[in-house]
Design a binder for this molecule. Structure first.
Ligand SMILES: *Cc1c(COP(=O)(O)O)cnc(C)c1O
Length: 450
């Protein structure tokens, strides 16, 4: 390995980091990860950090899980990649069957791609083409929800509703309609979750009525809007969205890219409200956070609309080169094997309660406005003033400073503006959770109450 100083120099000379102001990066001390061990990331100096955000919401059972490592090594000795275009492969078939078994009732077809954005892109294009085959080509518009994040490709950005990330690309985007999100803490309607929920559902219904036959699908992140700030919808909101999509005869796309694979305390977030979409997108935790692999899972009704003679051109002309990659698929199979053998979902329930209770203590801090938590997802929204809920100016970089302070306590985090996200791998122990929570608590106090 090159020396630390060389690596730092090369990083700053050659790399362009995602979602990063590079001018600042050049001046910063940077952490270069070399290894992982369970919930820890280890840098090139051998310093251990708790992976407090599961390497951006991907890692599930910790780093270097024996079963997944072994499955990958076994697959490498057979083959690493061959195409799914016109040919098949063993792990892709086995994983498709498994995904159909574990996704909600009615989802019976698996289309693979590489990442969350492509899983969404595929869902949008399937929905669009579906209506053409139904003789309803006028349905060319999507409905999405304020604060939504569905990825960074242009289709996904079109249904994204976070100004900070999306506004600059406005002129490139597909038609889409947005409706309010039930962000209870900052709602102008009420501070009662039920009233906020019903007001948002009412607005959604109005949009569906006025958009009428132009709307193709509603796309939503079930229960948790992740990049929007880990906004947790009031009970019944997702159910309401699903009911309205049925009532108006449009497709429901659920983006489970962050929420899937146990993150919210159930395998899929839509299980919390017994909702089954027409199309479900999964990525991030699908390979337990090991490799880029995504799946877009559809119902038979959706899939069968594409059946026809070749010359009818009903084929879904879409595919990525690495679609169904064997290494990704065996990692996902090994991941699901662990869920099954170790009853992961059942086993994490006490940990979830513990996590939730610990987070409540953050309300003692002077600048903690809202705490949102579900499953192993935790978010702490920092505000300038608790009474008025006034936000910190972005110039203060409060979120970034808290995460920097957490590093000194041995924890790696990444904020969403002024919201601190805590999302450890599901495999974290109670003792490690204590360590993580204490570190974040101290970091907030040091930055904002010193
Ligand atoms: C991360 C994320 C995506 C995008 O996934 P990538 O793999 O980064 O393309 C899409 N939807 C949701 C809900 C996400 O959290």
């Amino acid at each position: 390995m090159s020396s630390k100083q060389t690596l730092i120099r090369w990083d700053k000379q050659y790399l362009w980091h995602p979602f990063t102001q590079m001018k600042e990066w050049f001046e910063e001390e940077i952490i270069i990860v070399e290894r992982g061990e369970g919930i820890y990331l280890v840098d090139i100096d051998g310093k251990h950090y708790i992976d407090g955000i599961s390497s951006v919401w991907t890692n599930v059972h910790g780093h270097r899980r024996q079963e997944i490592d072994d499955a990958l090594k076994g697959q490498i000795d057979k083959i690493s990649h061959s195409t799914l275009l016109g040919y098949s492969n063993v792990p892709a078939i086995e994983l498709a069957k498994k995904l159909v078994e574990i996704t909600p009732e009615g989802l019976n077809r698996v289309f693979y791609s590489d990442n969350g954005s492509t899983a969404v892109e595929v869902a949008l294009k399937i929905a669009h083409q579906f209506w053409q085959h139904q003789g309803e080509a006028h349905r060319d518009t999507f409905v999405s929800i304020d604060y939504a994040y569905h990825g960074d490709t242009i289709g996904a950005v079109s249904v994204g509703k976070i100004d900070l990330f999306h506004k600059i690309f406005q002129s490139l985007l597909l038609p889409s309609i947005s409706v309010p999100t039930p962000y209870v803490y900052r709602s102008e309607v009420s501070d009662d979750p039920v009233e906020v929920r019903d007001a948002c559902l009412y607005k959604l219904e109005c949009a569906l009525q006025s958009g009428a036959d132009r709307i193709s699908a509603i796309i939503a992140e079930p229960i948790v809007q992740a990049a929007g700030g880990m906004l947790i919808a009031p009970d019944g909101f997702l159910r309401g969205v699903a009911d309205l999509s049925r009532k108006y005869g449009i497709l429901l796309i659920l983006d489970e890219v962050m929420t899937g694979l146990g993150r919210t305390g159930k395998m899929w977030a839509c299980e919390h409200e017994g909702v089954a979409p027409d199309i479900l997108c999964t990525a991030k935790g699908l390979t337990a956070g090991y490799l880029p692999l995504a799946a877009t899972v559809t119902t038979d009704r959706v899939h069968d609309a594409f059946l026809g003679e070749y010359h009818e051109m009903k084929t879904f002309f879409h595919g990525h080169t690495f679609t169904g990659n064997q290494l990704g698929c065996v990692a996902a199979l090994a991941n699901l094997g662990i869920f099954e053998r170790e009853n992961v979902i059942e086993k994490i329930q006490p940990k979830i309660t513990y996590f939730k209770n610990c987070l409540q203590t953050f309300y003692n801090l002077k600048h903690v406005g809202d705490i949102r938590t579900i499953g192993m997802v935790g978010a702490v929204e920092l505000v300038q003033n608790k009474t008025t809920k006034a936000e910190f100016s972005s110039q203060l970089k409060v979120g970034i400073r808290v995460c920097k302070a957490a590093l000194k306590h041995g924890v790696i985090l990444r904020p969403l503006v002024n919201t601190i996200v805590i999302m450890p791998p599901l495999s974290i122990t109670i003792a490690e959770l204590d360590q993580l929570i204490d570190a974040v608590y101290s970091a907030i106090r040091e930055v904002l109450e010193a």
